[in-house]
Design a binder for this molecule. Structure first.
Ligand code: MIC
Ligand code: SF4
Length: 638
């Protein structure tokens, strides 16, 4: 039997376990990335492992989420990250160099390799035929130290692409169509592998849009084959030497299959509330909007932003709305300057901000009360853009620009514009890595002092659980709770990412402002959740902050992959139940039989036995018993 692209990459990287469906493997990691908002924790955790230098082939520490330093603490974080990168042998990508995923696929991603990143959109680099996975900072710290990344062997979903996209329809519409079909839970346990004749019609930036937002399906990652298009992109980046061909064998087998006909796809939008709240543009055309934001790791490429400029040629954006653009990287920014797209944007009334995450994560351009903002980003849960009262609509760049011109949701196919052609840069893109600081030689690294401002607090020691967990249900929440719900991002918290005691005070801030003080007053307790608990980002703060508040376990109906791993890594047990439990109930859980996956537990308030299960591998169990991944890793090395 032949192999899929996924299996080809995985099989060359299995370091522990067997590549069999349902089993657990330890994956060798070639490259690692961190970004500023998860990176301070990741590097603090790396440091606590006591390993002098990163052991993976490439490690890059990016600054993109807090690049504008709204608070001085963020500048402190940047200095900490720069000096840590120097000390431990990583590249450092300075603020303004771009969003980690865009820069990574431009400058580092390589077919056939593995990448682990402390950000859920790490799969962006899988557009080049690598296995790129998002994980919590602790997992990335261990991988940087040369440890394996453990995961359940995923199933493989084939997404067969036929035909070619029509003008005005783009890769974003493909991934929105995938989300319409399989929802924000449909990818859980899968890698989405793209195949078929439609693949070669898509450039690397288009593939990157698709693999980026595959994260919103809950998938472990998404992958494209490595073909001539990949080779050409690498040539344009001056990195053709990194190219290897990777194609699925004709007789390979997939677990599930979908077919998408690119010819007949129409522009799609995700209406507010969830990335799978999908409508075709024809149903929502004319909808009033107040803002348009173009950029992010989903749609910040040169391909996307050059098309936006072509659409604006000879036109202006609507005078009554705000239109903002942020290029995905400094390379993209330089290309837009060079081909005059930048001036088209400025002339047409678009405001431009340096490359970075910005509005996507609520760092600036926060929409007003009840305002609708059209965004080319990947997430639109309430609260995501920095306000719980704003409403975010996700679209392609084409739909966003057509809407910016019209001042309301509009169909880009109705505008006449020149089609994009990469011919301008036939001989290669502008490559200027001057905002990327290379690792310092090992001999010099020993002399580097890590600079640590007072806001940067070490993580307290992890200790294993007591035999019996006893406490109150501090909060009960419903289905689809995202990590943005658990620990909101934006200017409220972004400067506190390296200070757990402080940031934990914002746990569940939008849902229940009293949560943190109640947890502190009661000395911890439990959280009860619904389906797909912890969906969204890789933010391990969403697990570490409850841990800091002495939350001992979460009891939910089901979990999102990264968050479940983060809870285990933090020593918080992710139990599953179908029982009715209420806020305020006193619960007692006996851990004697935890290893079997079933424990005896009692709801003392309701005077009823509870059925609690937990799916833990042997290694997960050991991690919990040590109190968390760091304590576990140290115990292994001591
Ligand atoms: C996001 O898009 O939610 C983030 C901010 O990039 C997160 C990481 C974080 O919390 O810093 C992610 O996607 O993992
Ligand atoms: Fe940054 Fe937004 Fe991408 Fe997260 S999703 S990495 S916040 S641009």
């Amino acid at each position: 039997m032949g192999l899929t692209v996924t299996e080809k990459v995985l099989s060359t990287h299995v370091g522990d376990g067997k590549l069999e469906k349902g089993g657990v493997i330890g994956l060798k990691i070639d490259q690692c990335l961190t970004q500023d908002s998860t990176g301070t924790m990741a590097w603090l955790q790396f440091e606590s492992l006591g390993i002098p230098r990163v052991k993976c082939e490439v490690a890059v520490s990016y600054v993109d989420h807090t690049s504008l330093s709204f608070k001085g603490e963020s500048s402190d974080d940047h200095l900490f990250l720069m000096t840590s990168a120097k000390k431990f042998g990583a590249f450092y990508s300075k603020p303004g160099n771009g969003v980690c995923h865009q820069v990574h696929y431009e400058r580092f991603a390589a077919p056939g390799k593995t990448l682990l990143g402390s950000d859920s959109h790490t799969p962006t680099s899988s557009s080049l035929g690598m296995i790129a996975i998002g994980a919590g900072g602790a997992d990335v710290a261990v991988a940087m130290g040369g440890g394996y990344f453990y995961m359940k062997v995923p199933k493989i979903m084939k997404i067969h692409l036929e035909g070619k996209l029509q003008k005005g329809v783009s890769a974003k519409d493909v991934i929105l169509e995938v989300l319409r079909r399989i929802s924000v839970k449909g990818g859980v346990g899968y890698i989405l592998e793209y195949t078929g004749p439609g693949v070669e019609t898509l450039s690397i930036p288009e593939r990157a849009t698709i693999t980026n937002m595959g994260a919103e399906t809950g998938a472990t990652t998404s992958i494209f084959p490595s073909d001539e298009v990949t080779r050409e992109f690498l040539r344009m980046q001056g990195r053709e030497r990194d190219w290897v061909e990777l194609k699925a064998d004709v007789d390979c087998v997939y677990d599930v299959e979908h077919t998408i006909d690119l010819n007949s796809l129409e522009p799609m939008v995700a209406m507010p509330g969830s990335p799978d709240n999908i409508k075709p543009i024809s149903e929502v055309e004319g909808f009033e909007i107040q803002q348009v934001y173009i950029g992010s790791c989903t749609n910040g490429s040169y391909r996307d932003l050059a098309i936006g400029a072509l659409m604006l040629e000879g036109r202006r954006v609507n005078k009554e709305i705000e239109v903002v653009l942020s290029p995905g990287s400094r390379q993209v920014e330089q290309l837009l300057l060079d081909d005059n797209s930048y001036s088209t944007y400025v002339r047409s009334g678009v405001r431009i901000v340096e490359p970075g995450c910005h509005a996507c994560i609520g760092m600036g351009y926060v929409p007003g009360y009840g305002h609708h903002s059209v965004r080319t980003v990947n997430r639109n849960w309430f609260g995501r853009g920095g306000s719980n009262d704003a409403r975010l609509i996700l679209t392609s760049v084409e739909t966003a620009i057509a809407s910016a011109i019209a001042g309301k949701l509009a169909d880009p196919r109705k505008l006449d514009f020149d089609d994009f052609d990469d011919y301008y840069y036939e001989d290669g893109y502008i490559v200027d890595d001057s905002m990327l600081i290379s690792p310092v030689a090992q001999a010099d690294a020993a002399r580097v002092e890590i600079v640590r401002a007072p806001n940067i607090k070490p993580i307290r020691a992890q200790v294993g659980p007591e035999k019996v967990l006893k406490g109150e249900v501090l909060l009960k929440v419903g289905d689809g709770i995202s990590t943005d719900d658990i620990l909101p991002a934006g200017s409220l918290t972004q400067h506190l990412r390296s200070n757990l005691p402080e940031i934990s005070k914002f746990t569940y801030y939008y849902i229940d402002k009293g949560f943190a003080s109640r947890a502190i007053e009661k000395g911890g307790g439990f959280i009860v959740g619904g389906e797909n608990y912890g969906q969204g980002s890789s933010r391990e703060h969403a697990a570490l902050a409850p841990w800091q508040l002495n939350v001992k376990a979460v009891i939910a109906k089901s979990y999102a992959r990264i968050h479940k791993a983060n809870l285990i890594n933090a020593g918080v047990i992710p139990f599953v139940t179908v029982d009715e439990i209420d806020m305020g109930d006193q619960v007692e859980i006996n851990l004697d039989t935890l290893a079997s996956g079933k424990v005896t537990a009692k709801n003392l308030t309701k005077n009823k036995d509870m059925s609690l299960t937990v799916e833990l591998g042997d290694r997960d169990y050991d991690i919990i018993m040590c109190g968390g991944l760091l304590a576990y890793t140290r115990s292994k090395h001591s």
